[in-house]
Design a protein around this ligand. Structure first.
Ligand SMILES: [Zn+2]
Length: 342
């Protein structure tokens, strides 16, 4: 089903087993509470949690291999609820079979992004809200850059979302004293071509990204921002100077996932419909780079509010609707674009 999560939710008389598919929640089954308690205990045991503890929330993980899907990392968390313990399981597929060219409705945008990836140094950012597919894109690009360009890649992540054998991945653990800065200092000795910093989320990580790209590396990172221009302002909020950005920034990519028109029913799919469809969402990408990026930064410097027009997410979305790839719904309306976390 390509579900992203499974939930076991105890109610008064039974427990509901629900799956989240494309951000929509489907009830798969209802089972007696006794049975769901045993099920939850079993998973707690597998994930290395304390089975006797039911009043405190707990986290754990399981690694699993499925013949069709490959390696899957399961992140489990329990939550004491009014009736009983609830369990949520997040699926993190480790072997993504989607190559980067299959991610985009418009293949040209991905080719364009890949060109930026072939630069020897600088900063390349991926902006978007949670669930916009930026992590998937980033990993596919890293994989492709290693395959095609034979790059040595080291990642600094908190936590590691996808374990990939071909990459050297370092997990940041601030409580244990492994900070982004420590990680960065130690990876320099391994002489990487590309450094991926999981997420720029504060002043420290923002400055680190600039520093890494000034020392002759290609640095890739993600950032929570509405669009490419929003990303620029966010970087300035983190205390970066426009001068630093002018020297390092190669481009910003912003993205959303669009629902693909269903070939069977054409509208809101039932669970059975969803099971029969492989490609249900694809990305649209807005890229700010080259001359346009320079001009936009110059406008910000002069405190002008009118930026030069360039094809933005709205434009790509309208084009996708006009070509019949995606249902005719206003941009951002529920189910049209799946970036809102329920
Ligand atoms: Zn359908």
């Amino acid at each position: 089903m390509q579900a992203s999560d499974i939930h076991v939710i105890p109610k008064r008389r039974f427990a509901a087993i629900q799956a989240r598919v494309d951000q929509r929640l489907f009830t798969l089954e209802e089972m007696p509470l006794k049975q769901s308690e045993r099920l939850i205990s079993h998973f707690k045991y597998l994930a290395g949690m304390d089975i006797g503890e039911r009043r405190r929330p707990q986290n754990g993980s399981i690694h699993h291999y499925l013949p069709i899907n490959g390696n899957i990392h399961l992140r489990l968390s329990t939550l004491p609820s009014a009736y009983n313990e609830a369990l949520a399981i997040r699926f993190l597929p480790q072997d993504d079979l989607n190559t980067y060219t299959n991610l985009s409705i418009f293949p040209g945008s991905i080719k364009n992004i890949f060109k930026l990836l072939s630069k020897p140094q600088g900063l390349l950012l991926f902006a978007g809200p949670t669930g916009s597919g930026k992590t998937t894109l980033l990993y596919s690009l890293l994989k492709e850059s290693q395959h095609q360009l034979k790059r040595q890649i080291i990642t600094l992540e908190d936590p590691i979302e996808k374990r990939m054998d071909s990459l050297l991945q370092i997990e940041i653990n601030e409580p244990a004293g492994v900070t982004y800065l420590d990680g960065f200092k130690s990876i320099l000795r391994h002489d990487p071509d590309v450094i991926m910093i999981g997420e720029i989320r504060d002043d420290a990580t923002a400055h680190l990204a600039i520093r890494a790209s000034l020392t002759g590396h290609l640095v890739l990172s993600t950032l929570h921002a509405k669009d490419t221009i929003g990303c620029l302002f966010r970087l300035l909020e983190f205390g970066l100077k426009l001068e630093d950005l002018k020297q390092t920034l190669l481009g910003i990519v912003s993205q959303r996932l669009c629902e693909i028109e269903c070939p069977y029913c054409g509208s809101d799919c039932s669970l059975y419909c969803i099971l029969r469809r492989k490609n249900r969402r694809m990305g649209i990408y807005e890229t700010l780079q080259g001359e346009l990026l320079k001009e936009t930064m110059a406008s910000i410097e002069k405190r002008e509010s009118n930026f030069k027009r360039f094809p933005q997410l709205d434009d790509y979305h309208i084009r996708a609707m006009a070509m019949g790839y995606t249902p005719l719904r206003p941009f951002g309306v529920k189910k049209a674009i799946g970036y809102e976390k329920a």
